[in-house]
Write a protein that binds this ligand. Structure first.
Ligand code: FES
Ligand SMILES: [Fe+2]
Length: 439
């Protein structure tokens, strides 16, 4: 049995490279992370009508997320219950039922087995279709229209799972009219471990002025000094109980996107003025800042650059990346379109900044094939010991230019993999704050 604490040293902030490629650790991740945690499925705006569906993944389990007749949303494993054929070959669509292309069993929007070809003649009168419906994902819930599913019925509620990260999510998602994701998503395959991009988006401010220097120079007219990404006293990182984290840099604004989509500036100024009235100037300022964030285990978003991503694992060294631009529903259609173009141009599959990062993710993963290389450790000690509490900000806070959020991600990762179930995981993480603050 793997003891993940042999590979993740939380106190010393080092991780053994084997967590980025070992097949046995990967199997444990599928079982104890992806079949246990809340995972992003889709956004309500992408399946607004009865019968609308999308096909996505929960770990490596493919699921159909389907709008029901009563407008609720259910999710089912995308496999026929007869001989296991994949049921739906499409990425999205609208249908009140689906039939399997192998022998023709048909399933309704509620997942029930509705018809079996020549049933009476070959199965007889006692054949019980009620027991042969699609396997349903036990927990499905929505937060500001973002639909999540969870394979473990013993998991805490979605708001409890999001914990301190929900307060931050509310700042940009709980706006008048709400937000939406502009679909369909782009999908790309990348030869990287799923944790590489998640840890990058959760808090890697360090690479921005180095990896992205040539593109930033092209976009902004000059190479910004790397020190400009340290941030001021109002910039910070946050980490939370189940590993969700983010970094918010003040006085940088959504500068990159504004370069591509200047029409966004007046919209955000108007929104910020409203927010200042309803929630105060500090919240309004956060809304106009530039954010990088990940929700454990495999969701990332950049608010300010308006991009939302999921990194689906397809093995220890392969992922499928899904990318959507984020927009506010009340934005004029033309602004949404401009914003989508700008968002894809920066962080879409062929985005100027995305391309820089993909190289990092791939070449941080590939060297693990080397027998000697993969015995080595990786380091996340930047800002160690500078964790603090802030009366105005939920979670544990650290300097923007640090690796605290990444450390929090791997602390939660180790807690998750070393716990047999949610009862043990909740007990293990009960003192996460004191442990993170090193009290
Ligand atoms: S496998 Fe689907 S009907 Fe036989
Ligand atoms: Fe990057």
């Amino acid at each position: 049995m793997i003891d993940i604490r042999d590979f993740v040293d939380v106190d010393n902030a080092t991780q053994n490279r084997r967590i980025f490629g070992d097949p046995d650790i990967y199997k444990l991740e599928l079982e104890r992370i992806f079949a246990r945690c809340w995972l992003f499925l889709t956004h309500e705006s992408l399946i607004p009508n009865v019968g609308d569906f999308v096909v996505t993944k929960m770990g490596e389990d493919e699921v159909i997320v389907w709008r029901q007749r009563d407008k609720s949303i259910k999710a089912f494993l995308n496999v026929c219950t007869h001989r296991g054929m994949r049921l739906c070959p499409s990425e999205s669509g609208n249908s009140k039922g689906m039939s399997c292309s192998y022998h023709g069993w048909a399933f309704g929007v509620d997942g029930g087995l509705s018809a079996v070809p020549v049933e009476e003649a070959i199965y007889g009168p006692d054949f019980d279709k009620c027991k042969l419906g699609l396997r349903e994902v036990p927990l499905v819930d929505s937060y500001h229209g973002f639909i999540f599913g969870c394979m473990d019925a013993a998991a805490p509620s979605l708001p409890d799972y999001l914990g301190d990260a929900a307060w931050y999510f509310d700042i940009w998602a709980d706006v008048p009219g709400g937000v939406e994701l502009l679909g369909p998503p782009s999908r790309t395959i990348l030869n990287a471990n799923w944790k590489s991009p998640t840890e990058n988006f959760i808090g890697d401010a360090y690479h921005v002025g180095w990896t992205h220097a040539p593109v930033l120079a092209a976009m902004m007219g000059e190479v910004p000094p790397q020190a400009s990404f340290i941030g001021d006293e109002k910039s910070f990182q946050m980490t939370s109980r189940y590993g969700h984290g983010l970094g918010i840099i003040n006085n940088f604004g959504p500068a990159l996107l504004l370069h591509e989509c200047p029409e966004l500036a007046p919209w955000m100024e108007k929104r910020a003025a409203l927010l200042a009235q309803s929630k105060g100037p500090d919240i309004a300022r956060l809304y106009t800042n530039n954010w990088d964030a990940s929700i454990f285990p495999n969701i990332s978003y950049l608010f300010g650059i308006m991009v939302f991503k999921v990194w689906h694992p397809l093995g220890p060294d392969k992922i499928e990346v899904m990318t959507w631009p984020i927009a506010e529903k009340e934005m004029p259609d033309d602004l949404k379109r401009r914003l989508a173009v700008a968002s894809h141009r920066t962080f879409g599959p062929a985005g100027m900044l995305e391309g820089d990062d993909l190289d990092n993710f791939e070449y941080a993963t590939r060297p693990n094939r080397g027998f000697v290389t993969r015995q080595g450790d990786l380091n996340l000690q930047m800002g160690l010991g500078q964790e603090r509490e802030d009366p105005a900000l939920p979670g544990v806070i650290g300097p923007f230019m640090s690796e605290m959020a990444q450390r929090g991600f791997y602390r939660a990762y180790a807690d998750c993999l070393s716990s047999d179930d949610w009862t043990e995981l909740e007990a293990t993480t009960a003192n996460w704050k004191q442990a993170t603050l090193r009290k």
